[in-house]
Design a protein around this ligand. Structure first.
Ligand SMILES: Nc1nc2c(c(=O)[nH]1)N[C@H]1C(S)=C(S)[C@@H](COP(=O)(O)OP(=O)(O)OC[C@H]3O[C@@H](n4cnc5c(=O)[nH]c(N)nc54)[C@H](O)[C@@H]3O)O[C@H]1N2
Ligand SMILES: Nc1nc2c(c(=O)[nH]1)N[C@H]1C(S)=C(S)[C@@H](COP(=O)(O)OP(=O)(O)OC[C@H]3O[C@@H](n4cnc5c(=O)[nH]c(N)nc54)[C@H](O)[C@@H]3O)O[C@H]1N2
Ligand code: SF4
Ligand SMILES: [Mo]
Length: 734
């Protein structure tokens, strides 16, 4: 057998992989498949990180192979046939729709579904059932970026591309640990930055001195949550120095005056004080923004996962608009998507307020266009956005959800306020959980488990952060009775009477139907098909010849190269925001700001990476990072055990004392759920306050206290005994 070219199923960088059968296995445990980087893939040019390189080691372990069912959560699962499982699901949907209405049906999906899976789920829920209650873990991930792009530019879609990494004079990385989380994007930037040492500037804004920050010319270790103040402060200096692009502002934007009025109130001294940095560093950052020919910004969760995530992302976009840094090589606001196909999910309408082809649920013309394409009567799609991720948990709490269907995500680990989440999941009268692996933490809350075929076992499409679309062909047979996600959704659709809507025979047919819905849209990909993509990846927009004239950017690699934006008047919108601050401020009882995030080797809830020896050795346990000044005050050292407490829960971790984190701030990795460590769950501590615009939770900051644990106390805590240790705090001073 020859090798198969595909896309890495982990992060949104979207590296091309080449998978071939292993020629000679050195140990019995060696994988059947050898994976290397695909040199012909334009995004990654042959590079891979440790996750992509080791993916084959996890794909055959601990798989869920057959449908399982049980009547209640305290019973064991029993093996059932697909027939029995699908009949139970279809019956339940009919019953819930008849007794509670379609709004009582909810599906919670993931950026790890392929585009065909996403599209089929939208058709089932939003079209056939008439509820917009499909949301994805992307709500916890990049919904703030989506909202900001839509409000500022009139459409979703990251304007830059990866070539900009090697064309920029100044890279501004804010709220992103690119080196660990988007390693190949960072490799490209780092190589170029080192080659052009002194000429190209790298600015990193992060309360921690991350692997990313270590390469920076300037690291602004701001207090968590002060990004808007920082960026308004940079804008203040840009305006004062006239380092702006007056022509661009005049010709291509709206509402600059109102914005200028707001940034007047951000003089450097005040900004430096609020952010906890020096005036000199602030001025340096502004000077580099203002005097560089091109400025590229990258951002991810440090901006998005915030109770003012949309405002933060729009404030960053403002800087690009005032300096005309968009639509040209080396420039633009670039939201790095987290998951391998979160971009495809956005294209296919995979959030509760959107529809396929970058359309909006609230827009009557958009609904009509989709209804027509789906051959459904006018009015089939509800005009009301569905429940966002956290609202589904609240719906479960209140008994408003009659069927909860989860696919390709592990909410019993990844949702905020995990004890409340688990209690909500426990209240669900009927949960379907469709995953590739067993056990996972969420399986504990399911009534029906459906075994999903995963990457390499099903053929489908994924889009990466730079809008490059790659075909991921199946290269091995499906284990057990696993089925592709889209096939499961389509089968349920047919059983509910929608034979005509779900008549496809292959994923290629699903994709052909989907791309028709992108005609004339910013994400036009009517020129794409499985056949065409079999020859290699292609970036969108990629219209068919006849619709070429409607493409926004006339095939430039960047969106908005012509400075024309898809808003009603063709102009991009400035928006002025003052900082609202953290949703939960530290106080005397909970004096630290806890932030959290990712490590280089692990992927989210470890369903795959927890099963790979090399990665387990790389990151054997979760550690709590604390600044030496805080550790000294608490008389703690690296290796000591502590309990971290918030108003909602607690976690026990070993301490790592490090200069690399701001005083008053703590960090823990998000990867250890209940299956992988004893009581080290990050989301036991987080809260569910959301951004009012994007509805994305503020996962990145909660107020916590730290309690040192002696050996006896640790034993008591681990065995679940009551203990009263008293809270030990340090003054609120980050
Ligand atoms: N190795 C690995 N890579 C991954 C993933 C993974 O699980 N493992 N997951 C993928 C996914 S889905 C995603 S969404 C991305 C996430 O990619 P990133 O966003 O880069 O990852 P995080 O570690 O969650 O958070 C980024 C940084 O935000 C900082 N931060 C916290 N609070 C603030 C603040 O108030 N302001 C600023 N400026 N910064 C702040 C944190 O210190 C952290 O370093 O990674 C993707 N890539
Ligand atoms: N505290 C804290 N919490 C966070 C974050 C944070 O930074 N801090 N980040 C948030 C973000 S950005 C994200 S993206 C989420 C991620 O959180 P989750 O989505 O919960 O994490 P994963 O471990 O990636 O879960 C994916 C699941 O899909 C399954 N799977 C893989 N392939 C397939 C397939 O083809 N079909 C099906 N049906 N299943 C499949 C895997 O086995 C796994 O169980 O976490 C969020 N939660
Ligand atoms: S950088 Fe992301 S896409 Fe590339 S190999 Fe690593 S995990 Fe996969
Ligand atoms: Mo994410």
């Amino acid at each position: 057998m020859t090798s198969t070219k595909t896309l890495c199923p982990y992060c949104g960088v979207g590296c091309g992989l080449e998978v071939s059968p292993t020629k000679s296995k050195k140990a019995p445990a060696d994988s059947d498949w050898t994976v290397r980087g695909d040199r012909a893939h334009p995004s990654s040019q042959g590079m891979v990180c440790v996750k992509g390189a080791t993916i084959a080691e996890a794909i055959d372990k601990n798989r869920l192979l057959y449908p399982l069912m049980r009547a209640s959560l305290d019973e064991p699962f029993r093996r059932v046939s697909w027939e029995e499982a699908l009949t139970a699901i279809a019956d339940r949907i009919r019953h819930v729709v008849a007794t509670q209405g379609p709004e009582a049906v909810c599906m919670y999906g993931s950026g790890q579904l392929q585009t065909e899976d996403y599209y089929t789920a939208q058709k089932l829920l939003k079209g056939c059932l008439g509820t917009n209650n499909f949301d994805a873990n992307s709500r916890l991930c990049m919904s703030s970026a989506v909202a900001a792009y839509i409000q500022s530019f009139g459409s979703d879609g990251p304007p830059p591309c990866y070539d900009d990494l090697e064309n920029t004079d100044c890279a501004f990385l804010i709220g992103t640990n690119t080196a660990e989380c988007h390693p190949i994007v960072f490799n490209r930037l780092r190589k170029y930055h080192r080659k052009k040492r002194g000429k190209v500037k790298l600015i990193v804004v992060d309360p921690r001195r991350t692997e990313t920050a270590k390469d920076a010319d300037l690291h602004l270790a701001i207090r968590p949550g002060t990004d808007i103040t920082l960026m308004n402060g940079i804008a203040h200096i840009l305006l004062r120095q006239r380092w702006i692009d007056a022509m661009f502002i005049d010709e291509a934007t709206k509402d600059f005056q109102a914005y200028a009025e707001v940034i007047r109130h951000y003089p450097p001294e005040r900004v430096a004080e609020v952010c906890g940095i020096t005036v000199k560093d602030l001025e340096e950052a502004a000077r580099w923004w203002g005097l560089s020919k091109s400025v590229l910004s990258l951002w991810s969760m440090g901006i998005n996962q915030s109770s003012e995530g949309t405002a933060k992302a729009r404030t960053l976009i403002n800087l690009h608009l005032m300096t005309g840094q968009i639509g040209k090589p080396g420039a633009g606001p670039f939201s790095l998507t987290g998951q391998p196909n979160a971009m495809g999910g956005r294209e296919a309408g995979g959030l509760a307020h959107i529809l396929p082809g970058y359309r909006l649920v609230k827009n009557p013309e958009h609904r009509r266009a989709v209804e027509q394409a789906w051959q459904l009567p006018a009015g089939s799609i509800s005009p009301t956005p569905g429940l966002a991720a956290w609202d589904m948990m609240v719906g479960l709490e209140q008994g408003a959800v009659g069927l909860f269907w989860v696919a390709a995500t592990n909410p019993a680990v990844s949702m905020p306020d995990i004890e409340r989440t688990k209690a909500a999941l426990r209240r669900s009268p009927f949960t379907v959980y469709q995953d590739a692996y067993y056990p996972t933490e969420t399986a504990e809350y399911a009534h029906v488990l459906l075994p999903a075929a995963q990457w390499g076992e099903k053929t489908g499409i994924m889009t990466n952060s730079e809008r490059t679309v790659t075909l991921c062909p199946a290269f091995q047979p499906r284990p057990g009775e696993t089925r592709a996600d889209w096939e499961i959704f389509a089968e349920v659709g047919r059983r509910l009477g929608f034979e005509q809507q779900f008549a496809w025979q292959s994923a290629a047919e699903v994709y052909d139907e989907f791309v028709q819905l992108t005609a004339g849209r910013v994400c036009d990909m009517t020129g794409l098909s499985h056949d065409r993509l079999a020859a290699g990846p292609i970036q969108w927009p990629c219209p068919q010849q006849e619709t070429a004239q409607t493409a926004w950017n006339k095939y430039d690699k960047r969106l908005y190269a012509d400075h024309h934006f898809p808003t009603p008047n063709g102009r991009a919108n400035f928006a002025a925001f003052h900082e609202g601050g953290l949703a939960e401020l530290p106080d005397t009882d909970f004096p630290f700001v806890l932030t959290n995030g990712r490590l280089y080797g692990h992927w989210h809830t470890q369903t795959r990476t927890g099963r790979i020896d090399k990665i387990r050795k790389m990151h054997p346990e979760p550690l709590l990072e604390m600044n030496p000044l805080d550790a000294q005050r608490l008389q703690l050292q690296s290796g000591d055990w502590v309990e971290v407490r918030s108003r909602r829960g607690a976690a026990c971790l070993k301490l790592l004392v490090t200069q690399y984190i701001r005083k008053g701030v703590l960090f823990i990795p998000m990867h250890w759920g209940a299956l992988w460590a004893d009581q080290a769950e990050c989301n036991a501590l987080t809260h569910a306050a959301v951004c009012p615009i994007s509805l994305q939770p503020e996962l990145k900051a909660s107020a916590v206290a730290v309690v040192p644990l002696t050996a006896e106390m640790r034993v008591a805590v681990m065995s679940g005994e009551q203990h009263d240790l008293g809270l030990v705090g340090v003054a609120r001073d980050q």
